[in-house]
Design a protein around this ligand. Structure first.
Ligand code: AMP
Length: 114
């Protein structure tokens, strides 16, 4: 068994995290190193490594991640101004934490795609 990810450890209360949302499938925390005024990570409870682990059986998790992003964008007051959803995947995608997560970025104008 591989070591639990930093996100699983936050979910389990082993290390601190600032939760903004939790349900039966996903949770959301503030990014520890925000690159925008609103920078939230939406994370499945199940420790899927990346988008590569998604298939038809996991569609409900992928769908929930998007629905929660929309809900949190409204709550954070960035739904009208706009925001960016980012899922880094693998080495070329710049993924650092090997537990699937979606960045919700807003509160400033985003430029370029990296
Ligand atoms: P990624 O490059 O998509 O894997 O991004 C991982 C993100 O996790 C980065 O934006 C980090 O700042 C964030 N991160 C890493 N450790 C923590 C932590 N303990 N609490 C909150 N966010 C974290």
């Amino acid at each position: 068994m591989s070591e639990p990810s930093v996100f699983t450890r936050i979910l389990n209360g082993e290390i601190p995290g600032e939760f903004v949302y939790k349900d039966d499938l996903v949770f959301a925390i503030r990014d520890i190193n925000p690159i925008a005024p609103t920078h939230i990570l939406i994370i499945p409870r199940e420790p899927l490594v990346s988008v590569n682990d998604l298939d038809e059986a996991k569609e409900h998790i992928a769908g929930r991640m998007l629905v929660v992003a929309a809900k949190l964008a409204k709550e954070m007051g960035i739904d009208s101004s706009g925001y960016r959803l980012v899922i880094n995947t693998g080495p070329d995608g710049g993924q650092e934490v090997m537990h699937l997560h979606m960045h919700l970025l807003g509160g400033r104008k985003m430029r370029g795609l990296g």
